[in-house]
Design a protein around this ligand. Structure first.
Ligand SMILES: NC(=O)c1ccc[n+]([C@@H]2O[C@H](COP(=O)([O-])OP(=O)(O)OC[C@H]3O[C@@H](n4cnc5c(N)ncnc54)[C@H](OP(=O)(O)O)[C@@H]3O)[C@@H](O)[C@H]2O)c1
Length: 339
């Protein structure tokens, strides 16, 4: 079967050499596993970090990819929950562990260290497999797993989003942030966004955001306060860097900041005084538990939420898909058609 193998890490300019399509052995199935013929995969920033060597525990070669949708083609003798032909998605959060508050020592994410979803077939343990929401096609469903789970835990579980609360979501072009927007809007919250691209702000307004500002303007925090004079009760951020210190100006007393990533790195300008004086709660979050995944999927089905799919790339053009993400050109999830 064909698979996208990362053979070497390095600069995005070297992707064509480092990320190659090769034939590898089709996986066998164990008694508790299903064999899925993958139709679509979608990218996460994690995949890009790994190609650059900016991720811990890299082992090469590896098939990247945490997200997929596909059709069950075979199943082990202990699998009664699914039948051949079922259309499914996969929870990429493996071995979360017992504690809902944080992942255990054996936690891992599909697509490193184990081979991921940028391949034609995957065999996976049945508890990680879920029927795709009926209202979505396989392409849209492939956008859900990692970003949907992360956004659900950040916005709903840690953020405790509520109707009419004022929420800021930074960097709205991202896969996680577009899910956070959809979830928050469906809770009836008033959502504001930032982006480096005016068109993306307009598209976010089309998806239910109230307004937004361009983070490339130095005083974007003051611009945002002019648009929303009441400040923010909750901020969902995957950027880190200087953004998180500006968030301390925007958060209301008693508010919550939930951080799930550090796309722009660390910050040298974090005013601790604003945390304690404003009685701010700062939450960190990573992906989510099996319970979070189940609740996220039920919420998507209940509210008939359609993920924001960006552009669809053919398998052969996989490097172009990574380059699009590297340039932050996307709004939502970049999709790869596998078969
Ligand atoms: N903890 C976890 O479990 C977890 C899970 C998923 C992702 N992450 C991390 O979260 C981050 C986002 O992941 P993703 O897959 O959603 O990435 P993505 O789809 O590549 O989105 C990244 C977005 O970051 C925004 N951005 C870039 N520079 C910015 C700045 N200076 N200020 C504000 N926003 C900026 C851009 O938004 P615009 O296009 O609107 O400008 C871009 O679209 C990554 O660092 C990733 O590693 C963590």
């Amino acid at each position: 079967m064909r698979a996208v193998l990362l053979k070497k890490t390095g600069k995005v300019d070297d992707l064509e050499k480092n990320l190659v399509i090769e034939d590898i052995l089709k996986p066998d199935i164990q008694d508790d596993e299903v064999l899925i013929k993958i139709r679509y995969a979608s990218l996460n920033h994690r995949d890009l970090w790994i190609t650059k060597g900016l991720y811990s525990g890299i082992k090469l070669p590896v098939v990247l990819g945490s997200d997929c949708s596909g059709i069950i083609e075979d199943k082990g003798k202990n699998v009664n929950e699914f039948k051949i032909g079922d259309e499914v998605i996969v929870n990429p959060s493996i071995n979360w562990g017992e504690n809902e508050l944080y992942q255990g020592k054996n936690f891992k994410i599909l697509g490193l260290p184990d081979n991921g979803t940028l391949e034609e077939y995957i065999s996976i343990e049945k508890s990680k497999v879920f029927k795709k929401p009926v209202h979505l096609g396989l392409m849209q469903a492939s956008a859900i797993p990692l970003a949907g789970l992360t956004a659900f835990r950040a916005t709903v579980v840690k953020g405790e989003v509520k109707k009419e609360k004022r929420i800021l979501i930074t960097g709205i072009g991202g896969g996680v942030s577009t899910f956070a927007l959809l979830f928050a809007v469906n809770y009836g919250a008033d959502v504001y966004v930032t982006s480096g691209d005016k068109n993306k702000i307009n598209k976010a307004i089309g998806l239910g955001a109230k307004d937004g500002v361009n983070y490339k303007n130095e005083n974007w925090d003051t611009e945002l306060m002019e648009k929303n004079k009441n400040g923010f009760d909750l901020i969902i951020d995957g950027t880190g860097g200087e953004t998180i210190s500006k968030c301390l100006n925007l958060i209301n007393p008693g508010g919550r900041i939930v951080n799930y990533g550090a796309t722009t790195g660390n910050t040298s300008n974090f005013e601790i005084r604003k945390i304690f004086w404003k009685q701010v709660s700062l939450f960190g979050t990573t992906m989510g538990s099996d319970r979070d995944f189940k609740n996220m999927l039920e919420f998507i089905e209940d509210k008939k939420i359609t993920p924001v799919a960006d552009k669809i790339f053919e398998f052969e053009n996989i490097c172009d898909a990574f380059i699009r993400m590297d340039k932050s050109e996307q709004l939502g999830k970049i999709i790869v058609k596998i078969s």
